[in-house]
Write a protein that binds this ligand. Sequence first.
Ligand SMILES: [Zn+2]
Length: 329
Amino acid sequence: MPLPKAELHLHIEGTLEPELAFELAARNGVKLPYADTDALREAYRFENLQSFLNLYYELMAVLRTERDFEDLANAYLARAAAQGVRHAEIFFDPQAHIARGVAVGTVVEGLARALDRSEENHGVSTHLILCFLRDESAESALATLDAAKPYLDRIIGVGLDSAEVGHPPVKFREVYESAAALGLRRVAHAGEEGPPEYITEALDILGVERIDHGLRCMESPELVARLARDRVPLTLCPLSNVRLRTVDTLADHPLPAMLDAGLLCTVNSDDPAYFGGYADDNFKAVRETLALTEEQLRELARNSFEASFLEDDEERRARYLAEVENYEF
Ligand SMILES: [Zn+2]
């Protein structure tokens, strides 16, 4: 049994495995520009964030109906459960679907069909986080939040993802203010490919409670001191960083240095179908390659529950934390 953990940085569209992509393509009459699943896997060799995003958006064409989103979420939850995930806070990208003529309601209702039965079917509790695409306009983000208003009872917070460089957090000040006024929690990708200043902006201007990725904070000792002092969670994704060349090799990953610096790190899978591993695959990889101790792995798991948005159910959080403390490696 893998170490119990919460997954806090997971894009549901990034869990689309080649087999399911072809199954949905056949169901929906969508022609994929790949002969078979092997040819598609060959395309999973990325030069950088943008080359991954190009394929990520291309494959989304197969997601059309509520049932497609339900199947996608169920496939992820089954895999996550097998990897020790007990709680998942799942990102989705409505703008990528709206642009293809798929309404927010189709996406949310479809995902909700799987999420509503996730505890019963997979033993995984869930939250849903709506992400804005930062390479789209601020107006588009505002329109997306507006379109999602009928579904906010199913959404716990907002995030910010996609191509980072050149799209600083400040661009989304207004939509984050609106989200806060609606009672939504706030997170944002920052400091993945973008500079440490984007992390500071996300905290100061967007008021985020967690930073997704954030590993470039290590370039600023002042920022590291602040993140450690304020216990700001960082949702790291080690295998993603290697695949997207954010780090040269896993052995170069700053996770051990970040833990030594007292940062509240968590380990997550980001887009596992594309990056070579789900949550526990990431734990195993850092354990082996970075020689993390069992106590450090336990700390990462504990952090994941502490950083999760379980304030509505502290009894549940305490139960998960007890599972971590009692876990035998
Ligand atoms: Zn991400």
